[in-house]
Design a protein around this ligand. Structure first.
Ligand SMILES: Nc1nc2c(ncn2[C@@H]2O[C@H](COP(=O)(O)OP(=O)(O)O)[C@@H](O)[C@H]2O)c(=O)[nH]1
Ligand SMILES: [Mg+2]
Length: 239
């Protein structure tokens, strides 16, 4: 049987594998050597809801939907068993909740940097943006930072169900413009309705388990007309 890189991942099981709470702390042993994908976004953007929806967890939630947003300042690791392979889902702490404007530099970035500078297994980051508001300054800072590190970034535009079709189109176009990315780098998502789930699973499959030729031409444009969006660098580097 031929492996279709755009086929959605089939999630079999998910288990919590550990956390990093301190700057410089190592990831859980078991996360080393397995492909990782991280999820990033402002507090309250809908990250926990998206992760739960993505993993198909409706009864027992893996990522806790926040009782007190902004509280969790930990990097959480979940081991996901799936077809075509196992991987680690890395839940980065939310930012932008505290009143302090430069929270990113003060707290988020050092903790994240400790992880990003030691992991060799991260394939990319799914950056969440609230579709209704579009990218905030905090979001753009986070995106710049990820781009500086050369990490492939894909965008999930959350709470898509909150806008009617017309407004949604406008909002997507606005976010795309503000982020300076291509249309096929963003996926409108609704954790309530499940919108975007298959697209996101498809792109994660391609990101985590690329075919050799995909890996060789990383950053190139997908040729298949109805393929899932291709992950690519968020922002063109000026260097
Ligand atoms: N309408 C709607 N509400 C959402 C969606 N995703 C999350 N929410 C709500 O947004 C709030 C924050 O969600 P949560 O997943 O905890 O965000 P997190 O802080 O980024 O992990 C909660 O009240 C959720 O019910 C969505 O797709 N649609
Ligand atoms: Mg959360």
């Amino acid at each position: 049987m031929e492996f279709d890189p755009n086929a959605p991942l089939r999630i079999k099981s998910v288990e919590f594998a550990g956390a990093i709470g301190q700057i410089g702390q190592a990831p859980p042993e078991s996360a080393v050597g397995l492909a990782q994908v991280a999820f990033s976004g402002r507090s309250n953007v809908g990250k926990s809801s998206l992760i739960n929806r993505l993993l198909g967890r409706t009864r027992t939630q893996m990522a806790r939907v926040s009782a007190s947003p902004g509280k969790t300042q930990e990097i959480n690791f979940y081991k996901v068993r799936s077809d075509p392979g196992d991987f680690f889902l890395v839940d980065l702490p939310g930012y932008g909740y505290a009143r302090v404007p430069s929270e990113l530099r003060g707290r988020w970035q050092p903790l994240i940097h400790g992880f990003l500078s030691t992991t060799k297994d991260l394939k990319g980051v799914v950056q969440l943006i609230d579709l209704r508001t579009g990218p905030t300054d905090d979001d753009l800072q986070a995106v710049d930072y990820l781009a500086e590190l050369g990490i492939p970034v894909l965008f999930a535009l959350t709470k898509a169900d909150q806008l009617k079709a017309m407004k949604r189109e406008e909002a997507v176009a606005k976010s795309v413009r503000k982020l300076g990315v291509d249309n096929d780098q963003v996926i409108p998502f609704s954790s309530v309705k499940g919108t975007g789930r298959d697209d996101l699973l498809g792109v994660l499959a391609a990101l985590l388990f690329p075919e050799p030729e995909d890996a060789a031409s990383a950053g190139g444009t997908a040729s298949s007309e109805d393929s899932a969006p291709a992950p690519s660098s968020a922002v063109e580097s000026e260097a």
